[in-house]
Design a protein around this ligand. Structure first.
Ligand SMILES: Nc1nc2c(c(=O)[nH]1)N[C@H]1C(S)=C(S)[C@@H](COP(=O)(O)O)O[C@H]1N2
Ligand SMILES: [Mo]
Length: 198
């Protein structure tokens, strides 16, 4: 099957759930820039800083004591693969945002990962019910390749916004491009609008 007939078959199977220009994958590609940071849960922390009344720092046990959910969604990589029916377990982003007294003038967030990766989000794109910090995928602990111990999952945007090996959020009073956004990827990245590049 060439890519066009493959895409038509996918379109028939997934309908409106398949964004334009995407194909479904059964596997789970591993995609990141640079090498995999080796971070043990005993050394891991999540830091919330920037435009907050007081910075917050959680260790792994404190983080895992937060309310957890399991939910299902589809993910879409800008390189054109989509993966359907992912079941994630983790802590809703909103549970974490509640812990930070975010200043009213904060409009954007820089997401920081161990290893130095960054990606920017409008606060409104981060503060959504379905977003979560996930440690488990389809019932199994994330592998290091996929972001263990913790990754962000923002399913309504291209998957480069879902930072692996997350280490913190920096709240900002104005927007600033993250790693791929600086190299010409779209600032927002809505797969259904095909916001791939800027
Ligand atoms: N820390 C970090 N997170 C990252 C990336 C990265 O390079 N570094 N790449 C992003 C991109 S482009 C994609 S498509 C997904 C891939 O996640 P996966 O390897 O689990 O499929 O991770 C995203 N999160
Ligand atoms: Mo990607």
């Amino acid at each position: 099957m060439n890519i066009f007939s493959r895409r038509n078959a996918d379109k028939e199977k997934w309908g409106e759930r398949l964004p334009p220009g995407q194909s479904a994958t059964d596997g789970w590609p591993i995609l990141h820039y640079g090498s995999i940071p080796l971070i043990e849960t005993k050394d891991w922390t999540l830091e919330l800083g920037g435009a907050v009344a007081a910075p917050v720092k959680l260790d792994w046990d404190e983080f895992m004591a937060l309310p957890q959910v399991t939910l299902e969604n589809d993910i879409h990589c800008v390189t054109s693969w989509s993966k359907f029916d992912n079941v994630w377990t983790g802590v809703p982003v909103r549970e974490v945002l509640k812990l930070a007294q975010i200043k009213p003038e904060a409009t954007h967030v820089m997401v920081h990962s161990y290893g130095g990766y960054t990606t920017n989000l409008a606060l409104a794109d981060l503060d959504r019910e379905e977003n979560l910090f996930a440690h488990t995928h389809n019932g199994e602990a994330l592998t290091r390749e996929h972001g263990w111990p913790l990754r962000l999952v923002v399913p309504h945007l291209y998957f480069w916004k879902s930072a692996k090996w997350i280490r913190g959020l920096n709240f900002m009073v104005q927007d600033q491009p993250g790693f791929w956004e600086m190299y010409g990827y779209h600032n927002r990245g809505d797969p259904f609008k095909e916001e791939r590049y800027s």
